[in-house]
Design a protein around this ligand. Structure first.
Ligand code: NAP
Length: 554
């Protein structure tokens, strides 16, 4: 429901309690919570369906690296008891099906407007509302704006000379076509060896007549050991859900239920340590990094895990020169997002796969039919760009957001994102960010972090309504302290030693700031809860009366 009101620009406009930007997992749950507490909300989504990152990332082999029984909503017990995940790690089509199921089950679609981008959001100080302009040329007003724009949703095209003149097909993994792409009989180039490249390479290699992989930085990857989930396995999980979800929220640092290590890598002798790494390697998955409690903190400890993986690569890859190139050697293991694969390294044993080291011989240009590197032309019919995202801030930056005094968020964040708790930025009242920079977000099981933020924001706006409050914003001092804390905690770890997208290092010109909060989802949740319990300490809240006085004195 909405009412017609004059907008800032004077044109008739709809007005909502909340405008939500994005209908991925964050936007959908936000809408559900707001509706449950009787608020009006409009969700704008640029795609023509729900699912966010799982709507766009349809590349071959795309699947989640968190186990499906955990990478799922926990807010509805009926939902988590009823949904049948087919595999240990759900493939992209199944996650998208789940997102659509959620949209239907909770009747979310009537409040989502698809094929619509939010272009601009401007805070009207006198009215205390946001004016939101969309790609359809329409402007609506809302008391609150929630950015559910996703951390990895702004696909980054590489700046390579000649790319536009390539005559074959060009695909970006983060913006994959909806129709099936079949590389049978084609010569294909994959540029980029992050998670997306590592997942797609084995599948493309099976189809292509020849696959050339262009690698700038070798990456650590652990076998996924994906498998079909049996009904027994699903049932065991479901019975334990209350404990699994509680643990993921409160005790796990990354929102994943697993055994927590009680010792460091150097507390064990060589044989014992090796046995533990072997056991996790056989088990597969992200929890490889949880064998010991100091792998992210102590370089010598980290080296033991990194050496183990390098040895595994050398065992799997038959050609010693290729194996050497595939062994990561310029960053600690885990300091870049660790990859989870199915047969990635073994794929380089295939006769139709070539690895090209573009660290030593960078790509010079792309011609009409080839990738030119090291003075050599690699002729290809199709290009797959697995070159990643302008992460965490890229999708926010695409919206022209104006806060108090017309200040642009992009201008405020020019030296790097500044938020209080990753939830709000000073000078931008009533504007919330879900899993924004300065929160655990991408260092965690995203759905755990999304649910935590959505619940916190929903509780916060209910509090404001119950207390007759009109605006809320981060206090500048609290924000500065939080930004310093996020930075300080990051630099107690090995993470800043890598040129990663966590640091903004993959986007030329982007400020080098460690963007996510590495303090752990459990401690972070406690901080957020304590702040709320203290009447939203560090936030400035103002009532309608105060707002009127401020307006009168202007
Ligand atoms: P990414 O990790 O940023 O990897 C991009 C790759 O492209 C890197 O190898 C990078 O090399 C290379 N690259 C970038 N620009 C290049 C250029 N101009 N020339 C040559 N190479 C270039 O991106 P991603 O693989 O899409 O993954 C991003 C994140 O998405 C992951 O870390 C993960 O969090 C998430 N993700 C998750 C899954 C999953 O759940 N399984 C799957 C896919 C993605 P450098 O390293 O040298 O910069």
């Amino acid at each position: 429901m909405s009412a017609a009101l004059p907008s800032v620009s004077g044109k008739a406009s709809e007005t909502y309690d909340v405008v939500v930007v994005g209908a991925g997992f964050a936007g959908m749950y936000m809408l559900h919570r707001l509706r449950k507490q009787g608020m009006t909300a409009r969700v704008y989504e640029q795609g023509d369906g729900v699912g966010g990152t799982w709507y766009w990332n349809r590349y071959p082999g795309a699947r989640c690296d968190v186990e499906s029984m955990q990478y799922s909503y926990s807010f509805s017990d009926e939902l988590q008891q009823e949904w049948d995940w087919s595999e240990r790690y759900a493939p992209q089509p199944e996650i998208l099906k789940y997102a659509n199921h959620v949209a239907d089950r909770f009747n979310l679609r009537p409040d989502i407007q698809f094929n619509t981008r939010v272009e601009r959001a401007e805070f009207d100080e006198s009215a205390g509302v946001w004016s939101v302009a969309t790609s359809g040329g329409k402007t609506v007003t809302a008391k609150y704006v929630v950015l559910a724009t996703g951390c990895l949703s702004n696909a980054k095209m590489p700046d390579i000379r000649g790319l536009d003149g390539f005559k074959g097909k060009v695909y970006h993994t983060g913006h994959w076509p909806h129709e099936a792409v079949d590389f049978t009989g084609q010569r294909v180039a994959v540029i980029g060896t992050g998670s997306s490249g590592i997942q797609s390479v084995p599948i493309i290699a099976e189809q292509a007549s020849h696959l050339t992989v262009f690698q700038r930085t070798a990456n650590f990857s652990i076998p996924a050991r994906n498998a079909v989930l049996t009904e027994d396995e699903r049932q065991r999980f479901r019975e334990k859900y209350p404990e699994i979800r509680r643990f993921a929220r409160e005790e796990a640092r990354n929102g994943i239920y697993t055994d927590l290590p009680d010792r460091g890598a150097l507390d064990d002798g060589d044989n014992e340590r090796r046995a533990k790494y072997e056991s996790r390697w056989s088990k597969g998955g992200l929890t490889f990094m949880s064998v010991y409690n100091n792998l992210a903190l102590d370089k010598t400890a980290n080296d033991t895990a990194a050496d183990f993986v390098r040895e595994k690569i050398a065992e799997i890859v038959k050609d010693p020169q290729t194996a050497k190139l595939l062994q990561p050697n310029n960053h600690p293991i885990g300091s870049k997002r660790i990859c989870i694969d199915t047969d990635y390294f073994a794929t380089f044993n295939r006769a139709n796969v070539t690895l090209v080291d573009i660290k030593s011989s960078p790509i010079e240009e792309i011609t009409a039919n080839a990738v030119r590197a090291g003075d050599k032309d690699f002729e290809v019919d199709a290009l797959v760009l697995a070159t990643g995202f302008d992460a965490m801030t890229g999708s926010v930056a695409k919206i022209d957001i104006r806060g108090r005094n017309g200040q642009a968020l992009n201008q405020k964040w020019a030296e790097g994102p500044k938020t209080y708790l990753g939830l709000m930025s000073a000078g931008f009242p009533n504007l919330f960010i879900i899993t924004g920079p300065g929160s655990p977000s991408v260092l965690s099981n995203m759905i755990v972090s999304i649910e935590q933020h959505v619940d916190w924001i929903a509780d916060c706006v209910a509090y404001m309504r119950n207390h007759g409050l009109q605006t809320m914003e981060a206090d500048k001092d609290a924000e500065d302290k939080w930004v310093a804390h996020v930075n300080e905690v990051a630099y107690t770890t090995l993470y800043p030693q890598a040129n990663s997208w966590y640091m903004g290092a993959n986007v030329p010109g982007k400020p080098r700031i460690f963007m996510p909060y590495i303090g752990g989802v459990g401690p972070y949740r406690q901080i957020c809860n304590d702040i709320a319990a203290k009447g939203y300490e560090g936030f400035v809240m103002a009532g309608a009366e105060q707002k009127r006085k401020v307006a009168a004195s202007q």
